[in-house]
Design a binder for this molecule. Structure first.
Ligand SMILES: [Zn+2]
Length: 216
């Protein structure tokens, strides 16, 4: 069998749109079909390097993953694992890629182009202000990930969680995500990642999303 060249698949969408489920199903499908070795990574804040964990989706689907704080940790783990098993890890899965640093873009480019790997990443295209999500320590955003010219893009949205007066949820397609701190809509200039904050995200339709004046 001829190995396909490197490729990039993106699973994008809002929060609660089933991105992790799609990512896990896609990795399982490729493994079943090709028997390629794969690793699934998930960015976190303050994880011990290489900690093993599990991604659990809302529909009870789970898969082992490696927690990493940044893209160099990811690369370091990848190479040490390849040395250990003496085989190439052909497929790299990354959940929530938007939480990584900007260097992940250079790594992705190298993996796809020079090392013929299959990169499958899920992520949020927009933050709660409807701006392209910005990578850490970088001016690069998720639009720069799209600039790597993916082979495949899946885009999904959740359903609106606005509670109507009759107590029922609106449930219209919700392309936006409203961020709440306590009971209030988060202010426009809040940090993107607030550690330990009492924050909550709700998918909202265009009618129920509260727009920021800075966006108009
Ligand atoms: Zn709505």
């Amino acid at each position: 069998m001829i190995e396909p060249e490197g490729s990039l698949e993106l699973i994008l969408g809002t929060m609660f749109s089933g991105k992790s489920t799609k990512l896990i199903l896609r990795l399982k499908e490729i493994e079943h079909r090709t028997h390629y070795n794969f690793l699934l990574f998930k960015p976190t804040i303050d994880a011990r390097y290489g900690t093993k964990s599990q991604i659990q989706t809302h529909d009870q689907l789970g898969m082992d993953c490696v927690m990493i704080n940044n893209s160099s940790e990811l690369s370091k783990y990848l190479h040490s694992k390849e040395k250990e098993i003496n085989k190439k890890i052909k497929v790299i899965g990354i959940d929530e890629i938007q939480f990584l640093d900007g260097k992940i873009l250079d790594y992705c480019k190298k993996w796809i182009k020079n090392e013929e790997r299959i990169v499958i990443a899920s992520g949020l295209l927009y933050d709660f202000r409807n701006k392209f999500f910005k990578f850490k320590n970088s001016r690069k955003t998720m639009i720069d990930l799209l600039n790597l010219v993916p082979d495949k893009v899946d885009y999904g949205v959740a359903s609106c969680q606005y509670e109507e007066e009759n107590g029922l949820l609106c449930k219209k397609p919700a392309p936006m995500t409203q961020r709440f701190i306590g009971d209030n809509v988060a202010s426009y200039n809040d940090e993107l990642i607030k550690v330990g904050a009492d924050e909550l995200y709700k998918p909202m339709c265009r009618e129920h999303y509260k727009y920021y004046k800075e966006n108009k």
